[in-house]
Design a protein around this ligand. Sequence first.
Ligand code: SF4
Ligand code: ZN
Length: 118
Amino acid sequence: MPSCPRCHQQVDAQAIACPFCHTELKAHGHPGITLHRAIQEGYLCDTCTYHADDTCNFPQRPFAKECTLYLNVNRVSNSKPYKPTFNTTLQGWLQRNATWIVLGLLIAVSLFLAISGR
Ligand code: SF4
Ligand SMILES: [Zn+2]
């Protein structure tokens, strides 16, 4: 039987909220989705498989305190480690840096127009 991350009382695995301290245990009240929570000072991403293999593109990464997709990196150690392909890595990098890429392109176009206009 799992325990509540806040008050550490034993709670039913299907409980949406802790019956003792009322901490929400399932994401947005959905019984089928577990909402993982960081313990005290740490962040979930520090021990998450998707942070370790650089495939997560959630905006709260790497400072997620709550996450529904969290997967402990130690739990998948017996399976074959996931190696992201070049395309996956590039796609993630482009998504995370889209704002800077667009800004850089705008500056480059502005400079080009300023130089070629003379
Ligand atoms: S899936 Fe969640 S916990 Fe894992 S790296 Fe992404 S934001 Fe962090
Ligand atoms: Zn509780």
